[in-house]
Write a protein that binds this ligand. Structure first.
Ligand code: ADP
Ligand code: MG
Length: 311
């Protein structure tokens, strides 16, 4: 029996992930059967997979409890990457406060639970967005002292029981963009520049994903160092995949905007060799087969943990 991997997607994001094709091809090239499956499709039998990889489950912010319950349920019948405990600690950006406490430079952030009324900056542009989010949905960029649009968003999010974040708008994004540092199997694989997304005066996006201007970018030394410090502080080194998004502050120093350990776009198609490195990281996490079974990921190289035991 060949090993079988599911790339977890969502019905609302079916066929949308531009990396899905290269990942499927790289896994199949290693002799691993791989297919997409929607996390919210009740007809899927997750136990038939040797590994379930969270990839384009991009609609979970609006139903977080159901998503965590699904991750736990799948983890009770097969292996999930990244692991459920990592996912639980990562879907809510309150981990930024833990990073700040650990001395990692983060974008200054104020959190406001439902019922709390956050002060809005009067002397600098700022961003209001939900603490649980993906795809730049429900975020607005406001001018100093602006109240109507940001307050309307805060009320709307709070009415749904969601925590709100307020941050200064770091305007280095407008010229330099943000830098995504992508780690595969605990090692920096590649970096990507993402152009600015939030337009002053615009209403929050309610589609699945804002359009993104992307290109490969070799992360600077200080960006690599902050990404590593962030992952270390979150006890998230050595995962199959991790993405740390960084924005320069006014002094030109990188600050963490987001650490994505759940379902990040990894921009694998942009980086030569990255789909194969990702496939190798997944193959290493396939469970070891019982003696007598055909090896899983037969073409997966030799000797890594989780490699099949043969005769
Ligand atoms: N404080 C900020 N300064 C500048 N740009 C921001 C800031 N917060 C968010 N943005 C912009 O909004 C986008 C989405 O915000 P982000 O925090 O990455 O949320 P998501 O989890 O939805 O990706 C970012 O890619 C960036 O372009
Ligand atoms: Mg982001």
């Amino acid at each position: 029996m060949r090993s079988r991997i599911a790339l977890a997607s969502a019905r609302a994001a079916w066929g949308v992930d531009p990396d899905e094709g290269v990942v499927l091809a790289a896994l199949r090239a290693r002799g691993v059967a791989a297919e997409p499956a929607a996390w919210d499709d009740p007809a899927v039998d997750w136990a038939v997979f040797d590994l379930v990889v969270l990839r384009s489950t991009w609609d979970y912010p609006e139903r977080l409890a159901a998503f965590h319950a699904w991750v736990d349920a799948v983890a009770s019948v097969t292996r999930v990457v990244n692991p459920p405990a990592v996912v639980r600690g990562n879907t809510d950006k309150r981990y930024l406060a833990r990073l700040a406490d650990a001395g990692v430079p983060v974008v200054p952030t104020w959190f406001a639970e439902p019922g709390e009324d956050p002060a809005l900056p009067r002397d600098e542009p700022f961003v209001v967005k939900p603490a649980v989010s993906a795809g730049s949905r429900d975020a607005v960029r406001a001018e100093p002292g602006e109240t109507a649009r940001p307050r309307a968003l805060i009320e709307r999010l709070h009415a749904r029981g969601r925590t709100v974040m307020v941050q200064p708008y770091l305007d280095s994004v407008d010229a330099r963009g943000e830098t995504a540092v992508i780690h595969l199997d605990g090692v920096c694989s590649h970096g990507v520049r993402k152009g600015p997304i939030l337009v002053p005066g615009a209403e929050p996006l309610d589609g699945l994903h804002a359009p993104e201007d992307l290109r490969l970018r070799d992360p600077r030394h200080d960006e690599r160092a902050v990404a590593e410090a962030a992952l270390a502080a979150l006890d998230a080194t050595g995962l199959a995949y991790a993405r740390v998004d960084l924005v320069d502050d006014a002094a030109g120093a990188p600050r963490v905007l987001e650490v994505e350990l759940t379902e990040p776009s990894l921009f694998l198609r942009l980086a030569p060799g990255a789909p194969e490195r990702f496939a190798a990281a997944l193959a290493r996490r396939l469970p070891t087969r019982e003696h007598g079974d055909a090896p899983g990921g037969a073409a997966a190289g030799s000797g890594g943990p989780g490699e099949a035991v043969g005769d």
